[in-house]
Ligand binder design. Structure first.
Ligand SMILES: [Zn+2]
Length: 88
């Protein structure tokens, strides 16, 4: 496998302006341990579709949802109607 995954494969994210999906900057929320010596990020961080997102290549910014790619393979499969009975 020579093909490396990009953000569109993993997160279905990509820049809507320039199209690159190698790297994006996202504003995360995380906990930090605060002591007299300063603060250190600690534990999990999180982000969601409403988090601030920016393309480092072209400067396009917005929220993560703006960078969400509409992949065609997510097409809805119509529910089979074979179970429903038709009264004539
Ligand atoms: Zn871009």
């Amino acid at each position: 496998m020579n093909r490396s995954e990009d953000l569109s494969d993993v997160f279905e994210l990509g820049c809507p302006a320039c199209g690159q999906a190698d790297h994006l900057q996202i504003l995360i929320t995380t906990l930090a341990r605060i002591t007299t010596e300063g603060s250190d990020p600690e534990g999990e961080h999180e982000w969601d579709d409403g988090s601030y997102c920016r393309c480092p290549e072209c400067g396009r910014d917005g929220i993560v949802a703006d960078f969400r790619q509409k992949n065609s393979h997510a097409e809805k499969t119509a529910l089979a109607s074979s179970d429903s009975e038709v009264h004539s």
